[in-house]
Write a protein that binds this ligand. Structure first.
Ligand code: ADP
Ligand code: MG
Length: 214
C-alpha cells in the first residue's frame, strides 16, 4: 500500500498529513497527484468521500511553497459550503507555510468582502476560492489580478459547466492567463467533461475510479 511519501510531496506536507492522521493516499490521490506535480492538466472523477479535495490542495501547496508570489490558485465550487470546506482543508495543511487565502462567495456583505480582498492584495502567497455567485466580486475587482494564477480548479465541475453558470464561468476564464494548470473534479465523468478534454489545448490526464461490481 502506497504512502503519501511515495508521491514525492515535500517533507513539510507529509508532516502535516501525519499530524492529522493521514498516511495512505486514496486511489484518486495516488493516481492524480503525481501527474499534477508533473504539470499535467487533470480531470479526476471518484465518488463523494474519495478525498478529491486533497488531490488538488496538496500539489498546489507543494508548488506554491517553491514559487510563492501573487494569487496562486483560483478554486471555483458550486456552493459556499464547499468553498469554506475546501478553505479549511487548505488551512490545515497550509498553516505550516502561513498560507493566506480568501474565500469569495455571493450573498455576503460586499463591503466587508471588498475590504477583505483589499487587505490581501499584496499577497505573497495566496489561494482564492470562489463560488460562481462570487463571480460578481471576481469580475468587478480589477484591482487585484488573476493574471498570475498558476492553477485553476473547478471542483464539482459537472455542476459548474454546461449549465446555468456557463456565462459567469466564461467571464472568469477570460480574466485568467493562458499559461496555467487546469484541474477539474467530479463524481463521474460527464459528457461535458469529455468535451472539455477533447477541446483542451494541453493533453489532459483523465482518471476515473471504477467501483468494483460484485
Ligand atoms: P470528496 O471531495 O471526494 O467528496 P473530500 O475531499 O471531501 O472528498 O474528503 C472526504 C473525507 O476524507 C475528508 O474528511 C478527508 O479528510 C478524508 N480524507 C481525504 N484523504 C484521505 C486519506 N488519504 N485517508 C483518509 N481520509 C482521507
Ligand atoms: Mg469534494
Amino acid at each position: 500500500m502506497k504512502t503519501f511519501s511515495d508521491l514525492e510531496l515535500k517533507p513539510w506536507i507529509i508532516r502535516q498529513l501525519t499530524g492529522i492522521g493521514l498516511k495512505h493516499p486514496t486511489p484518486i490521490q495516488e493516481n492524480c497527484i503525481p501527474k499534477i506535480i508533473e504539470g499535467r492538466d487533470c480531470i479526476g472523477a471518484a465518488k463523494t468521500g474519495s478525498g478529491k479535495t486533497l488531490v488538488f490542495a496538496l500539489p498546489i501547496l507543494h508548488k506554491l511553497c517553491e514559487d510563492p508570489y501573487g494569487i496562486y490558485a483560483l478554486v471555483l465550487t458550486p456552493t459556499r459550503e464547499l468553498a469554506f470546506q475546501i478553505g479549511d482543508s487548505f488551512a490545515v495543511i497550509g498553516r505550516a507555510i502561513n498560507l493566506r487565502q480568501s474565500i469569495i462567495v455571493g450573498g455576503m456583505d460586499m463591503v466587508a468582502q471588498g475590504a477583505e480582498l483589499a487587505k490581501k492584495l499584496n499577497l505573497t502567497t495566496g489561494v482564492i476560492h470562489g463560488t460562481e455567485t462570487g463571480s460578481d466580486h471576481l469580475e468587478s475587482c480589477n484591482t487585484f489580478s488573476l493574471k498570475q494564477i498558476k492553477f485553476l480548479v473547478l471542483d464539482e465541475a459537472d455542476r459548474l459547466l454546461g449549465g446555468a453558470f456557463d456565462g459567469q464561468i466564461k467571464t472568469i476564464f477570460s480574466a485568467l492567463p493562458q499559461q496555467k494548470q487546469t484541474l477539474m473534479f467530479s463524481a463521474t465523468i460527464t459528457d461535458t467533461l469529455e468535451k472539455v478534454k477533447q477541446v483542451a489545448k494541453n493533453e489532459v490526464f483523465m482518471w476515473e475510479q471504477k467501483d468494483d461490481i460484485i
